[in-house]
Ligand binder design. Structure first.
Ligand code: PLP
Length: 386
């Protein structure tokens, strides 16, 4: 059997999906984008959504909009994808990386509080809802209030998540979502969005996402539109095309059904793997606000005669696509050199990195496929247990 790590859901007829854009000849940012933004706002329960070509862009522009001084600092988890950290560097800021919670994957909020008590010049925090498992946002917003921080949530995995502060995206700060190819919703491979209840932030991000221009192309070239425009600040070229937005609208219409399917897959994995003593399973009961973007198991090294990488090789030999989320930031060459990190600086991230395997998790994964993955993992443990 061959089971890819991800298999996207495509509409039955792509021509139908794009017919509006193709008929009217408008392929880039236009009416479909406007419609997608409205539908996303209503799904997230927030006042404004600005879509862009990536989550990285949404994170960057949220910080850029605030105009923090060069050299000011932001807090981010060490156990994340590089976007969470590079976005602050684009804005001229310096990261303060924090290890994961001793019990989980998300940022250790007790440690964040300690840092905020000591360090001056911290302007922002970027919590990441790892795999869709929500950070305790009620507490983060309390810290933000106390220390005057801007919060931009890296919600790349968390479109369907609900935290202790309510639906992720319904925020007076900002939340950045990813519509990359294998995310719970994709806009044909690349895309992202900022959600916020802050009108000024939304306006500024919208303007920065298209060169700092006073009018977008659609309004300038529409019949009756005026050609005239101005540039009011140094902007970027991060806008989303209509073709991508049409795809996103089709995906968004399925999101509740897909979320139910994801939860069923998670339950089937948990039942099938519950007696496998070589792995630690994610805790389904811990929080039902999880968007279940990832299903991450942890290998108990003292229970196996082979290591995590060898287990991955065996799964791949059996036709199962898996992944590792993530190589921690402090172990990436650029950051390792720049900040002279030592390998034991973030022990929890390192332990997670050495033990995790992400299994396939997507709505069209069949029961047969799940059972095959479960049986393969259980057989491997029987064969290679200590
Ligand atoms: C945690 C996290 N943040 C940010 C991103 C960046 O998303 P994008 O590729 O849409 O810029 C990703 C992408 O995989 C991610 O996993």
């Amino acid at each position: 059997m061959k089971i890819p790590f991800h298999r996207p859901d495509l509409p039955p007829d792509l021509n139908d999906l794009y017919s509006d854009s193709i008929k009217n000849g408008w392929l880039t940012t236009g009416k479909q984008v406007e419609m997608f933004e409205e539908k996303l706002s209503s799904y997230l329960g927030c006042e404004h959504v600005v879509v862009m070509n990536s989550c990285t862009a949404a994170l960057h522009l949220s910080l850029a909009s605030k105009g923090f001084d060069r050299g000011s600092k932001f807090i981010a988890p060490n156990y994340t994808f590089v976007s969470t950290v590079e976005c602050g560097e684009y804005a001229g800021m310096e990261p303060i990386l924090v290890d994961s919670d001793p019990q989980g994957f998300n940022i250790d909020l007790n440690h964040v509080d300690d840092i905020l008590k000591k360090e001056k010049n911290i302007k922002a925090i970027i919590p990441v809802h790892y795999g869709g498992f929500p950070v305790d946002m009620k507490y983060v917003f309390e810290l933000a209030e106390k220390y005057g921080l801007f919060v931009v949530e890296d919600a790349a995995h968390a479109l369907e998540s609900t935290s202790s502060a309510g639906k992720v995206g319904n925020t007076n700060h900002g939340a950045a979502f990813s519509f990359y190819a294998n995310k719970n919703l994709t806009t044909f491979g690349e895309g992202g969005a900022l959600a916020t209840n802050d009108e000024d932030l939304a306006e500024s991000v919208k303007n920065l996402s298209l060169h700092g221009i006073t009018k977008d192309g659609w309004k300038r070239f529409d019949s009756g539109g005026k050609w005239e425009y101005d540039i009011i600040q140094l902007g970027y070229k991060y806008n989303m095309p209509d073709i991508s937005a049409s795809f996103g609208i089709w995906q968004l219409n399925q999101i509740n059904d897909w979320q139910a399917l994801r939860k069923n897959i998670v339950k089937r994995y948990l039942t099938g793997l519950e007696n496998n003593e070589g792995i630690i399973l994610p805790d389904y009961t811990k929080n039902d606000g999880n968007a279940w973007h990832l299903f991450v198991i942890q290998i108990k090294s003292n229970s196996w005669r082979i290591n995590r990488n060898e287990i991955i090789d065996k799964l791949v030999e059996k036709g199962i696509g898996v992944s590792v989320h993530y190589k921690p930031i402090h172990m990436l060459d650029y950051y390792h050199r720049k900040f002279e990190f030592k390998s034991n600086d973030f022990p929890r991230s390192k332990a997670l990195f050495d033990s995790v395997i992400s299994l396939p998790l997507y709505p069209n994964l069949s029961d047969n496929e799940i059972d095959y993955i479960v049986a393969t993992l259980n057989d491997l443990h029987t064969q290679y247990s200590k």
